[in-house]
Design a protein around this ligand. Structure first.
Ligand code: SAH
Ligand code: DHB
Ligand code: MG
Length: 224
């Protein structure tokens, strides 16, 4: 993408970020800790984090499930939107990521309402099903894109009518439309889209985004 477009997207993110997002020491500290630990800088942007916070609030969710924690930046945004007594489960493969997230969540004062489960997300999801977990009200899918189809199956098993599902990174600079794309992450998103299309229990849409994270997009769905 032309550098000029990326500069405009970044400047616009900064402009609205400065206007709409109050300075926040805990969120800033989380990003700094992630950077110091060498984590990939693939957290949601501040404006996207706030978008998730607003969706959790608007939906009235009391139980939130996140698939893909990284350093817990998106986790903090969503956990803050929970009502008193609300709780969140977030799934992370890498123990090192989970450890950094734990510290970030503690610093943000939300560690008491967030449980981090370490391991392959499909295994943690199967365990939730096996233990007959109460349905989640809001599910954010953001781990390895190759497994998005499986994450959608589990999201349906762990939901109820009205559950909101958001899936990040479904556009990836337009790669999603390339049927023969060699990246398994792209193929995962394509199978995810096909599953959504064939799933009568869900109503879904897609929102393309440009931001400091280039051209991407998210799926928003509700369980019918
Ligand atoms: N939601 C975070 C970003 C998540 S990045 C935020 O916006 O702040 C994706 C995370 O998914 C990474 O930490 C990666 O380690 C994790 N991940 C990758 N494959 C996974 C798997 N199979 N199971 C669980 N987590 C996985
Ligand atoms: C990647 C993953 C993400 O969740 C994201 O928001 C951006 C990029 C990635 O794996 O490249
Ligand atoms: Mg993402």
């Amino acid at each position: 993408m032309a550098r000029t477009s990326q500069k405009v997207w970044t400047d616009v993110d900064r402009y609205f970020g400065e206007h709409l997002i109050a300075p926040d020491a805990a969120l800033d500290a989380a990003l700094a800790a992630n950077r110091d630990a060498g984590l990939p800088t693939i957290d949601v942007t501040p404006l996207q984090g706030k978008f998730l916070e607003l969706l959790v609030r608007i939906s009235g969710a009391r139980r939130v499930l996140e698939i893909g924690t990284l350093g817990g930046y998106s986790t903090i945004w969503m956990a803050r939107a929970l009502p008193a007594g609300g709780s969140m489960v977030t799934l992370e493969l890498e123990p090192r990521h989970a450890g950094i997230a734990r510290t970030n969540l503690e610093r943000a004062g939300v560690a008491d309402r967030v449980e981090i489960r370490i391991g392959r997300a499909v295994d943690s999801l199967q365990a939730l099903v096996d233990n007959r977990a109460e349905p989640f009200d809001f599910i954010f899918i953001d781990a390895d894109k190759a497994s998005y189809p499986e994450y959608l199956d589990y999201s349906l098993k762990l939901s109820r009518p009205g559950t909101v599902i958001v899936a990040d990174n479904v556009v990836r600079e337009g790669a999603v439309v390339e049927a023969a794309h060699p990246d398994p992450n792209v193929q995962g998103v394509r199978r995810f889209a096909e599953k959504l299309a064939a799933e009568p229990r869900l109503s879904a849409t897609m929102l393309q985004t440009v931001s400091v994270k280039k051209h991407d997009g998210l799926i928003l769905a509700v369980v019918l």
